[in-house]
Design a protein around this ligand. Structure first.
Ligand SMILES: Nc1ncnc2c1ncn2[C@@H]1O[C@H](COP(=O)(O)OP(=O)(O)O)[C@@H](O)[C@H]1O
Ligand SMILES: Nc1ccn([C@@H]2O[C@H](COP(=O)(O)OP(=O)(O)O)[C@@H](O)[C@H]2O)c(=O)n1
Length: 213
């Protein structure tokens, strides 16, 4: 079984996907960390994220063992990730790794921007997780200040709006709800309520009932 989870920045995709993966005993892949790692490695090699060739060189050498690096969650890395992610050849370089992760026998929950549309168009269940930009900025702001980052909520909102615009407006695999994805607006849902709503959708798609706990 493959569960595809897409949505904009700080909508809660990762939090939800990790819990869903534990619930159904599936492997989990955060594809945003791939693009973040490409941005990090491009800069470490002395390149500019806007330079497609430099970003492709980093993408072709990506080391999956470095995806847990806490530095990937830094504010500037998200911005640089959305710049490298707009290069079509970077996306092509990351495709095989994502598709092979999806094919593992245990099944997988994969989150990102184009999982339901490009990476796994035949996923068993697709979720599109969203919330208003203000609510997402509030969540990301709390997450950043909890990590000791000095930032205002207005700055985070500006970051989120700029990234949404770039992710939705690019030609290569733009952020888009797949026609057959279930929309999950978490603006007024707690983490627990969003999890329960997701399990209800997935169980209904699998023909099961009432397994959230
Ligand atoms: N439904 C929710 N209500 C409140 N906060 C949430 C909710 N879902 C996630 N969060 C919090 O918002 C922040 C961003 O969530 P995260 O899962 O990292 O988002 P994404 O993977 O979409 O960027 C985290 O600190 C997380 O704990
Ligand atoms: N499947 C994916 C995942 C991420 N990305 C890009 O990578 C950036 C960082 O993704 P992320 O999921 O780590 O970002 P957050 O939602 O956690 O802030 C996004 O803004 C996208 O530009 C993408 O293009 N396609």
């Amino acid at each position: 079984m493959i569960i595809a989870v897409d949505g904009p920045a700080a909508s809660g995709k990762g939090t939800l996907s990790k819990r869903v993966a534990v619930h159904y005993a599936l492997a989990y892949l955060d594809t945003g960390s791939l693009y973040r790692a490409v941005a990090r490695d491009t800069v470490i090699a002395g390149g500019d994220p806007r330079d497609e060739d430099a970003a492709v060189a980093a993408a072709e050498k990506i080391d999956p063992d470095t995806l847990e690096d806490p530095g990937l969650r830094a504010r500037g890395v998200g911005e640089a990730a959305s710049i490298v992610a707009a290069h079509a050849k970077v996306r092509t370089a990351l495709l095989a790794y994502q598709r092979s992760f999806a094919k593992q026998p245990a099944g997988a929950v994969i989150d990102g921007r184009d999982i339901g549309t490009v990476i796994c168009p035949d996923a068993t269940v697709k979720l599109f997780v969203t919330a208003t930009p203000e609510e997402r900025a509030h969540r990301r702001y709390l997450q950043l200040i909890d990590g000791g980052v000095q930032v205002t909520e207005d700055e985070v909102l500006a970051d989120i709006r700029r990234r949404d615009e770039r992710d939705q407006g690019r030609e290569a695999a733009p952020l888009l709800k797949a026609d057959d994805a279930h929309l999950l607006d978490t603006t007024n849902l707690s983490i627990d309520a969003a999890f329960k709503a997701a399990i209800d959708v997935i169980d209904a798609a699998l023909g099961r009932t009432g397994s959230a706990s």
